[in-house]
Structure formats: C-alpha cells, structure tokens
Design a protein. Structure first.
Length: 319
C-alpha cells in the first residue's frame, strides 16, 4: 500500500513509518515540525519508498498520486505545561490538529477510497471513574479544564471519524493509545519517563508530585506499534485500547528507574501536580485487542526501560 502518515516526525509517527516501510509499504510522511523532530526521520531519507511533505494538517491536504491508507497521528501530546511542546502551551494548534486535521485527513481518505486510522488517546477517558478503562466507558472529562484542548479535540476526532464511517462509508479505525515510551521521545517533552530518566542519568533525585500513589501503565513503543499495525490490517471500526495493563504507581516507577540507571540520589516529593486535573489512575482493559487483534504487550517495563536508556544517554552527550 501507499500510506499517508501525519505527525510522521513525532515519537510514534516515526516508529510507525519505519514499521510500515519494513512491511514493504510505501510511506508519505507529513509533519510541520511544531513538535516533531526531523532527526527522527533522517535514517529514512534514502529509502526510495519514503516521501516527505512538510505541511500543517489544519490546512487543506493534497497528496499527489494514489493513497491506500491514511494514519492521522499529528498532534501535540504532552500535558506538561513546563514543556514548550506541551499541548497547554500549544492549545489552538492542538485543537486544530484534532478537529481540522481530522476533517482534512478524512477528506483524503474519502477522495482516495482509502482505509483510515485515527490515533486517539486514553485521555478521552479523563480522570476515570471506571477502572480499568474499557472502550465502552464514556469518560469523566472536564470540557473546559486545562487538559480539555487535547481531551476534547480527540473526543471530537473520534466522533467525526465515526460520522464519516457511518455517513460516507469510510473504512475507519480508532486506536486509543495509553502511556507509551521508548527511543525518540523528546528530552524536553515534560512527561514522566523522559523526566525521570534524565534526572537519574544526571545523578539527581527524582521529583514525584503528590503522594506518588497515582498510577500509570507504560507500554514500550515496539509493542504499541505492533498493535496499531494489526488494527490497521483488521476490519474493526470501533475504538480499540492499545496499551500495557501492568499498572504501577509513580513512586514505584521512580524507584525502578533509579535502580536500572544505578542512581543513588533517591526521590524527592513535591506537594502538587503541575496540572490540576492529573488523572489518578490509568490502566487499559485490552480484552478487545486480545480478542480482535490477537495482541498483547510482550516487553516488560524493565526490558523496555533498559532499551530506552541508551537513547537518552546519547542525546544527553553521556556516551
């Protein structure tokens, strides 16, 4: 297939482009580099089956030639206001990527009669009252809170995708992505994985907000990309959670990072999260992925972090 991937220079987008090329497909990558990094695609530049278009998906999209599939991954994704790339610092761009970008990419899929895959997020569940979160859960979201620019953009994107599926008959898929980590994350992303790894590599104490008992479920990027590829190749139209159901507290996660890096500086606790409506628990129910896609994660947290540390060392100039 010839596949359009928006957000191609991002953490997930670049891994996805790589996987699609390895499967023998041709890829048209698209990014405007607001949060994407050109370095993430540098190793693909000489691949004859890879093309790149610098473009903002909020504007009308034209791709010359046949397109067989569209994967919409363009959006800021970090919730951290301390990061210049966080969606709270790019609120309008985030909403445009989720709303106008989804509309424009669905337009490409409709024009080419192509299959379509939307990258949605566990954030559509908000601070969940159901645990773990199933795809049938409608969520607990503040529509005007600081996170709403991302949460509501993705909720709208899902609604629009299903509208195109039901009204225009577009062959759509929706993946709800849970916390993912691995090489090519931005060092200044502001999320917990890059923050902790960098603090540990610098020999600093790891900063944990609140009591550290809030939980996350971390999925290594290779596992996530496998699930997304299987979804793309399936006939499933309803949302599917892709993530790792192995739940861990932030405090336990900090201790794990310190142990794997060999950091003796310990942990410091700070009173409040930097984002007021930070979800307290996050864990996917992946029953549908297991049944429909025959998928479940295979890489443990310790193995994944061990695979990720060398990337941060290199980027920090420590090797």
């Amino acid at each position: 297939m010839r596949i359009l991937v928006t957000g191609a220079a991002g953490f997930l987008g670049s891994h996805l482009c790589e996987r699609l090329l390895n499967e023998g497909h041709s890829v048209v990558g698209m990014d405007n580099f607001i949060t994407g990094n050109p370095e993430n695609l540098a190793h693909l530049a000489n691949n004859p089956r890879f093309e790149f278009i610098r473009h903002d998906v909020a504007n009308f999209i034209f791709v010359p030639g046949k397109v067989d599939a569209v994967l919409h991954f363009a959006s800021p994704a970090s919730p951290n206001p301390a990061s210049p790339y966080g969606y709270t610092n790019l609120p309008i761009q985030t909403m445009k990527a989720g709303a106008l970008g989804t509309h424009n990419t669905l337009g490409v899929a409709r024009a080419h009669n192509a299959r379509y895959l939307l990258a949605s997020t566990s954030e559509i569940y908000g601070d969940p009252l159901e645990h773990p979160q199933k795809e049938t859960y409608w969520g607990h979201v503040d529509p005007i809170g600081i996170r709403s620019v991302y949460d509501e953009a993705k909720r709208f994107a899902e609604a629009l995708t299903m509208a195109y599926h039901r009204y225009h008959g577009i062959d759509t898929r929706i993946v709800r992505i849970f916390n993912t980590y691995g090489p090519r994350m931005r060092l200044d992303d502001g999320r917990v994985v890059p923050n902790f790894i960098q603090q540990a590599l610098r020999g600093e104490p790891l900063t944990v907000y609140g009591d550290g008992l809030q939980t996350r479920s971390f999925c290594y990027v290779d596992d996530l990309i496998e699930g997304i590829y299987r979804l793309l190749m399936s006939d499933e139209h309803l949302p599917v959670n892709i993530g790792n159901p192995a739940e861990i507290t932030i405090l336990e996660f900090a201790e794990t990072i310190n142990r794997l890096v060999g950091n003796k500086a310990g942990i410091i606790m700070k009173e409040h999260s930097r984002l007021g409506d930070d979800p307290q628990r996050r864990r996917p129910d992946i029953t549908r992925a297991k049944e429909i896609l025959k998928w479940q994660p295979t890489i443990s947290l310790e193995e994944g972090i061990t695979k990720t540390i060398p990337y941060f060392k290199k980027k920090m100039g420590l090797e």
